[in-house]
Write a protein that binds this ligand. Structure first.
Ligand code: ZN
Length: 380
């Protein structure tokens, strides 16, 4: 649990950082991923803070504070910006409407939002993709496959649904705020999830975390389904939305941590120490540095054996789900739901040359299965 007496509050951090640093953060978008700007400014301006913590010989605590500071920075920078970033979180800059049916909330992405997404991921090839009528119908057919309480919460809270060409990732759920500070959601999807089946997409996702040609290691994903990848992405993103409002995890994004936060919830108990730090036994090699979809540097495939070997001994359904407790829930619920209701398996085989060294099936993992009762309760 985060120690509120030692971890600085947002106000304290704001004082410590000063507005100047936040401005600097806005002006230094030179790194290959969205986090680097904040990380750079962090290391530049917070050494004193880190030194102070180091003096206390409490490295773990420092790490926690870094996470809090980092998250605060991310949120503050967004709030401080007068330009696209600010617009990005404001409901009025989206073209959604709660009077529309879900099908009619499949909208063109506003150009200001495309600009921001490009900036956020440091790319320039994002553009709005308009689904044709047939694709809209497929989307709706898949939408109907969601748990009924997920359908209800999306109808109530999701303001607009957007498809973005070349999007790095399968999907993204983003909180937005109206003028009274009420939180709603928008959804972004990669059109690729409606062109590739789930097996092709997850093969791409899980392999994208690793370098391509530096090893004899081969990672093969077996998923026994011809459904489009949309089914996985939809359940995954809908799980985040459910979590934002129902607190399966203490908070879905660190900036939502508040005095009312309850830690631990049943889902994170004895598994997560804080948002992105699992218990030591689950905190396997390179876990924090593994990024899919080229949203960070790739990991050498030579580590894949150690990583998957360690994953088998955790409660996590996938490497993707080991990043933080929000992804843990989204992945855990999704693979359970797909298995339970659609008989979809998710098996990872790690080969060296032609020798199968590791087989990971989360639905055969007792530690994963121990959490099924939490997922079942969500559907009750
Ligand atoms: Zn996610």
């Amino acid at each position: 649990m985060l120690d509120k007496q030692i971890i600085p509050t947002k106000e304290e951090i704001r004082k410590f950082i000063g507005e100047k640093s936040i401005e600097n953060c806005e002006n230094s978008p030179t790194s290959p991923n969205k986090h680097a700007c904040f990380t750079t400014i962090f290391s530049k301006h917070y050494q004193k803070y880190i030194d102070r913590i180091k003096k206390n010989d409490n490295y773990l605590l420092m790490k926690r504070i870094c996470i809090v500071l980092f998250t605060f920075l991310l949120f503050s920078c967004n709030n401080q910006r007068e330009n696209q970033a600010h617009s990005f979180q404001r409901m009025e800059n989206y073209n959604g409407n709660f009077d529309l049916s879900i099908k009619d909330r499949l909208l063109d992405t506003p150009s200001v939002i495309i600009d921001f997404l490009n900036q956020l991921d440091n790319v320039n090839n994002y553009s709005s993709y308009e689904l044709n009528n047939q694709e809209k119908q497929i989307f709706m057919d898949y939408f109907e496959l969601l748990p009924s309480n997920y359908i209800s919460i999306i109808a109530e809270k999701v303001y607009g649904i957007y498809f973005v060409n070349n999007f790095l990732g399968g999907g993204m759920t983003l909180p937005i705020f109206d003028n009274d500070g009420n939180m709603f959601m928008v959804l972004f999807f990669n059109p690729g999830i409606m062109r590739q089946n789930i097996s092709e997409w997850i093969t791409f996702r899980d392999n994208s975390a690793f370098t391509i040609n530096d090893s004899k290691i081969f990672i093969n994903i077996e998923i026994n389904s011809q459904y489009f990848a949309l089914i996985h992405t939809l359940v995954h993103e809908a799980s985040h939305i459910y979590d934002y409002y129902n607190y399966v995890t203490p908070y879905t994004e660190p900036f939502l941590r508040s005095d009312k936060t309850i830690f631990p919830t049943e889902f994170v108990k004895d598994i997560w120490i804080n948002y992105d730090e699992p218990i030591q036994e689950y905190n396997f090699i390179l876990r924090e540095n593994i990024y899919s979809y080229d949203l960070g540097e790739r990991t050498s495939k030579n580590y894949a054996i150690d990583i998957y070997q360690a994953l088998k001994k955790t409660s996590f359904s996938s490497i993707y789900g080991s990043k933080n407790w929000a992804e843990d829930f989204a992945e855990g619920f999704t693979w359970w739901y797909l298995y339970e209701y659609f008989n979809i398996n998710y098996i990872t085989n790690v080969f060296e040359d032609k020798n199968l060294l590791i087989l990971y099936d989360p639905n055969e993992n007792e530690l994963v299965k121990a959490r099924y009762k939490i997922f079942e309760a969500i559907l009750e």
